[in-house]
Design a protein around this ligand. Structure first.
Ligand SMILES: NC(=O)c1ccc2nc(-c3ccc(Oc4cccc(O)c4)cc3)[nH]c2c1
Length: 319
């Protein structure tokens, strides 16, 4: 039970503020536990990143520091929020808001896709989150159902993208710093694409295509199968099948969105911005619902005008 749980492994000030409970998820970099803020009994998620459990400690620490830097910088309704942060010489403790609906992974159980309308509402929020990241020079690079969290058990709910352990901050500053000197001695490749090859933001568009395929079809577009080429080969060829029995009830526009994202050539792939303009998402009812979830009216927005008449029983200096 909770009380006998060994709390000694956490830093003292962390332990004074939080009571840690069970594991609720495992990221590639560590584990995520449920915890309770002692003062308020509020539930939180604690992501524990152990610097030691990586062969090359350097990478782990750099990734963790980059993840923490990103978590500190981001602020969007569909991106996980950091509530607190602690570290010891070999472990980071990142306190995050608890998403009561758990991971999308558990919603798209094998064999059953989501209703198209629900998939559209979730996908739109993912696009908004990733567009925000790209606008802030961040590529997620690890978008998958385990890293999409749901705010509640309800079907129409807010979703949040999480896990920036594999993310990349576009080194625009290094290139721009290079370019601010006198260019006359710089080699040609510094200016050409060669300097910026590697991934671009378009890798996230591909992953979102896979995510949408899974949400609609209930199965993965590229998967291990004895009689099929390797998953890597299927991906490189961009070879996937929309099995009729699984996709018969899905609209042509939804399929079109998937097909335009799962394009092998990144320069021909639909960008996040263009995906947001796709006909499938020009759906006023869905957009209204998404905006209500992302920007819920606060009390101050809904409070009637300040000169409201005080209620009979309300004390108030009636002037
Ligand atoms: N990889 C990450 O960076 C990361 C970051 C934050 C995360 N929060 C969960 C998570 C949250 C809730 C879950 O169900 C629960 C658990 C307890 C109560 C509840 O209502 C729902 C399952 C997983 N998984 C996370 C992963």
């Amino acid at each position: 039970d909770l009380m006998s749980d060994d709390q000694t492994i956490f830093p003292k000030e962390f332990q004074e503020k939080y009571l840690v409970s069970r594991g609720i998820g495992t990221g590639v970099c560590g584990e995520v536990k449920l915890a309770f803020e002692r003062a308020t009994c509020k539930k939180v998620a604690v992501k524990i990143i152990n610097k030691k459990n990586f062969p090359s400690v350097g990478t782990a620490t750099r990734n963790a520091e980059r993840e923490i830097e990103i978590l500190r910088r981001i602020d969007h309704p569909c991106l996980i929020k950091t509530e607190d942060f602690y570290q010891t010489e070999d472990t980071y403790y990142i306190v995050l808001e608890l998403m009561e609906g758990g991971e999308l992974f558990n919603r798209v159980k094998a064999g059953h896709g989501l209703d198209e309308a629900v998939a559209k509402l979730y996908f739109y929020q993912m696009l908004m989150a990733v567009e925000y990241l790209h606008r802030n020079g961040i590529i997620h690079r690890d978008l998958k159902p385990e890293n999409i969290l749901l705010a509640s058990q309800a079907k129409t709910c807010l979703i949040k993208v999480t896990d920036f352990n594999q993310s990349k901050i576009l080194e625009g500053e290094t290139l721009s710093r290079t370019l601010c000197g006198t260019p006359s001695y710089l080699a040609p490749e510094v200016f050409t694409r060669a300097a910026t090859t590697g991934y671009g933001p378009s890798v996230d568009a591909w992953s979102l295509g896979v995510l949408l395929f899974v949400c609609l079809g209930g199965y993965a577009p590229f998967y291990e199968h004895p009689s099929r080429p390797s998953v890597q080969e299927q991906i490189i060829q961009g070879e996937f099948t929309m099995v009729p029995s699984k996709w018969k009830g899905i609209s042509d526009q939804a399929k079109d969105m998937v097909r335009k994202l799962l394009v092998v050539d990144p320069s021909l792939r639909l960008s996040i911005t263009s995906a947001l303009q796709h006909p499938w998402l020009q759906d006023p009812a869905m957009l209204a619902q998404a905006n209500k979830l992302m920007y819920p009216p606060q009390d101050s927005d809904t409070e009637p005008s300040h000169n409201k008449r005080p209620r009979e029983d309300e004390e108030g200096d009636n002037g």
